[in-house]
Design a protein around this ligand. Structure first.
Ligand code: SAM
Length: 259
């Protein structure tokens, strides 16, 4: 079987069986319903099929069918040739294990966080992206998305992965990010919306103060923003990168303006 890896689909295939099995074991999927995004030539699929109760894998590239037929033939495996971004995910409890196509890491991550039926995810992503997602206040990589991930889930690095373990060898190193979602959201619908708006606005221009970003992005008078922040114990000089998630949550809860 011949398949020339397609760059446009982010195809970098894994070859190291020890690494693949280790990821599957550390994902604790025994007896569970599992979703794989981008099975490729089936490197990870073979172990997922072995350990999971049931596996649904979504692959965008139909030309990979000859590699995947042997897994699709198993009773507990279902391979669908669909774009994962576009599929409606089923109801129930699902656990995702995937070596992601890096060009769509962010939309996939948001889909997994926002879909309640997804309970955990083990995701191979770019190492630098993993650093950003796991960053904490006052670290250079700390950003709106670090806070959003933390809001939905307990997240940690399962392992770093050297680029040489992929074919073709990509230009970046990788890491496996582990996400274990909380059963309940911290905020209710309206304040949750406000929380996301504030967090995104706060980091709009990282060098600017929180007061300036909120003033400019949300169109509120500067003096008013400063008064509001001071009432919450925050100075007019503070920057978003110094503020932890819980403080952003408090701001969303008492936010007096329309978004
Ligand atoms: N799991 C395989 C492995 O570990 O060797 C392949 C991983 S490769 C990094 C990413 C895979 O995702 C490719 O097979 C690619 O065709 C597939 N893919 C890319 N975009 C996709 C999408 N929107 N929906 C589903 N699969 C996609």
């Amino acid at each position: 079987m011949n398949h020339y890896p397609k760059k446009k689909f982010g195809q970098n295939f894994l070859r190291d069986k020890n690494l693949l099995e280790k990821i599957v074991i550390k994902s604790h999927i025994e007896g569970k319903n599992v979703i794989e995004i981008g099975p490729g030539q089936g490197a990870l699929t073979q172990f997922l099929a072995q350990y999971a109760k049931h596996l649904t894998a979504y692959e965008i590239d139909e030309q990979l069918k000859p590699f995947l037929l042997q897994y699709d033939a198993k009773d507990n495996v279902d391979i669908k040739y669909e774009d994962f971004i576009k599929v409606d995910l089923p109801e129930g409890d699902f656990h995702v294990v995937a070596n992601l196509p890096y060009y769509i890491t962010t939309p996939i991550l948001f889909k997994l966080l926002e879909t309640n039926s997804i309970k955990t995810a083990s995701l191979m992503i770019q190492k630098e992206v993993c650093d950003r997602l796991l960053a904490t206040p006052n670290q250079k990589a700390y950003n709106a998305i670090s806070i959003i991930v933390q809001y939905y889930a307990k997240a940690y690095r399962m392992m770093n992965v050297n680029r040489k373990l992929f074919f073709p060898v990509p230009r970046v190193d990788s890491a496996v990010l582990r996400i274990e979602k909380y059963d309940k959201r911290i905020l209710n619908g309206e304040s949750e919306k406000t929380f996301f708006v504030i967090v995104k606005a706060a980091f709009k221009q990282k060098r600017k103060t929180l007061a300036n970003n909120l003033h400019q992005v949300m169109g509120i008078e500067k003096d008013e923003v400063i008064k509001f922040l001071e009432a919450q114990g925050l100075t007019d000089k503070i920057r978003a990168e110094q503020i932890d998630m819980n403080t952003f949550i408090k701001l969303a809860e008492v936010w007096p303006y329309d978004n």
